[in-house]
Design a binder for this molecule. Structure first.
Ligand SMILES: [Ca+2]
Ligand SMILES: [Ca+2]
Length: 499
């Protein structure tokens, strides 16, 4: 009798864990049940309909045009976002409807439609069925919403979202019966200068870590009535309002992020929080935002300290009390972002002698064991790297004033690096002259130079900056003192101008 019980148990176990691997491929023979590359089906829908709970479906190379309804717990794996492409081709607003309790998607590119109807927005993955969703190494392109998961937990890792006028990710709306958890890591969100949000979240727990968010004319993270929110080590660049939280029920912790270039309204903030019990804002760099932090009404406690605030940025107003360890200095990025952003266009590692090195919260430790750095690569989820000692930025001329025929005032934007030593001024007879000790005419540590010289022929000025270690920048644009002489009654009169 014991033997029979054992055998039945074993059979049940085998049955429970039996998982079949099935295949989708353009060149397959399409023979049921599609369990090899050779017998693969050339479209996805029949394989999904054949599959059972727990099955894995591999998707081969090609563009597959379809919409999907998934009722089973499946793992769907492509060959990469440049190879396995599923295109909804405007067939319906919701591309993939999920009714199963779990879905895993990997290595796929999903293409939606930007066509906006009055009543429905396009969505690539849609579920309101308590789905535990795992999405890894996928690209969501040309859509209004990427993922809408109203009730279940959502796990997103290493994905790219290119979206437009709605939220890339919508999770855990408060109408859902179970407050859920959303974890988003290592992903890139590019709103393409549209009106979309990165994420709309109302659930129990949001962890948003190591992401890059770009080019939104509205919000980054937008949340009403969330419980706990952890936002760490993200780059949020050219997003009008980085983080907007209303009526949180738990802690809002924002640590080691770079908020750069808040667009639009002069009132936009890197973070905006209303009616919440606790706000922690440490180790962030806020650069070119109209204001850094806006806290409104009924914030029970907050701590805003060990941040670097720089350029056109202010703390909200006198009612917000900030810690004494914040710094207002050039953070000295390896490559500072400019305007409209692509991740290749900036490098937010810190240069050697950056004032942000080892100046983060003392309780937060870097991967190299030292006190945390301020900025996106500081803290335990940051990066170990060598600080490069770079030359200061190239001087940018502001102007030239002629004081008299032999006195000229040249002035330029002052550099802001902490290791700046000064500037070198060179003068030559051709625009193409190479700065060298032979044509060095002055060294100064201010951003103004008075040139005193009788000039009767064209002269060209080049200015470099250099640091305490002797690293010298390239020269700025050549500055020309052009002589346009006119002879009046035997006397030559000169005009000097900046070209
Ligand atoms: Ca450190
Ligand atoms: Ca340097």
């Amino acid at each position: 009798m014991m033997k029979n019980v054992f055998i039945i148990f074993l059979l049940l176990s085998v049955f429970t864990f039996s998982q079949t691997v099935r295949f989708v491929n353009k060149t397959g023979s399409c023979e049921y049940p599609y369990t090899s590359w050779e017998t693969a089906c050339d479209s996805i829908r029949p394989v999904i309909e054949t599959a059972n709970d727990g099955d894995t479906i591999y998707v081969g190379e090609g563009v597959f045009i379809d919409t999907l309804d998934i009722y089973k717990e499946l793992t769907i794996i492509g060959l990469g976002i440049d190879k396995s492409i599923i295109n909804c081709d405007n067939l319906r607003p919701n591309f993939i409807n999920v009714y199963a309790s779990q879905l895993v998607l990997k290595n796929l590119k999903l293409i939606g439609t930007e066509t906006q109807s009055i009543t429905r927005y396009s969505v690539l993955i849609y579920t309101e069925n308590s789905t535990e969703l795992f999405v890894e190494s996928c690209m969501f392109d040309n859509t209004e919403h990427g993922i809408v998961n109203y009730v279940g937990n959502t796990n997103i890792n290493n994905c790219v979202f290119r979206y437009s006028n709605e939220s890339a990710v919508v999770t855990s709306l408060s109408s859902s019966p179970n407050y859920s958890r959303t974890i988003i890591k290592n992903s890139v969100f590019d709103c393409l200068e549209g009106l979309g949000k990165i994420i709309s979240f109302e659930g129990r727990y949001l962890e948003f870590r190591n992401n890059i968010c770009l080019n939104s004319l509205t919000f980054g993270i937008y949340s009403i009535t969330c419980d706990t929110m952890i936002v760490e080590n993200n780059i949020i660049s050219t997003v009008q309002s980085g983080l907007s939280v209303q009526q949180a029920r738990g802690k809002v912790r924002v640590v080691n992020n770079v908020f750069h270039n808040g667009m639009g309204s002069s009132n936009s903030s890197a973070i905006y929080v209303v009616r919440s019990p606790r706000v922690e804002f440490y180790n962030n760099i806020v650069y070119r935002y109209p204001q850094a932090v806006e806290l409104r009404r009924e914030i029970d406690s907050y701590d805003l300290d060990y941040n670097c605030i720089y350029r056109n940025t202010r703390w909200f107003d006198d009612t917000v009390s900030v810690g004494v360890n914040n710094i207002i200095k050039d953070p000295m990025f390896v490559k500072t972002p400019g305007g409209s952003e692509h991740p290749d266009e900036f490098d937010l590692r810190l240069q050697k002698y950056s004032p942000c090195i080892d100046q983060g919260h003392p309780d937060i430790i870097d991967p190299d064991g030292t006190r945390s750095d301020i900025g996106v690569y500081g803290g335990p989820f940051g990066m170990f790297y060598d600080y490069e000692d770079l030359p200061p930025a190239i001087p940018v001329y502001l102007g030239l004033t002629t004081i008299n025929d032999s006195t000229f005032k040249i002035y330029w934007n002052a550099n802001t690096e902490s290791d700046l030593a000064g500037y070198k001024i060179y003068m030559g007879e051709k625009t193409t002259f190479e700065p060298s000790v032979n044509n060095l005419i002055s060294i100064t540590d201010t951003s103004t130079f008075i040139l005193q010289e009788n000039i009767s022929e064209n002269r060209y000025i080049k200015i470099t900056s250099y640091d305490n270690q002797g690293n010298e920048s390239e020269a700025g644009e050549v500055l020309a003192i052009v002589v346009t002489g006119v002879e009046i009654r035997g006397e030559k009169e000169y005009e000097y101008k900046l070209l």
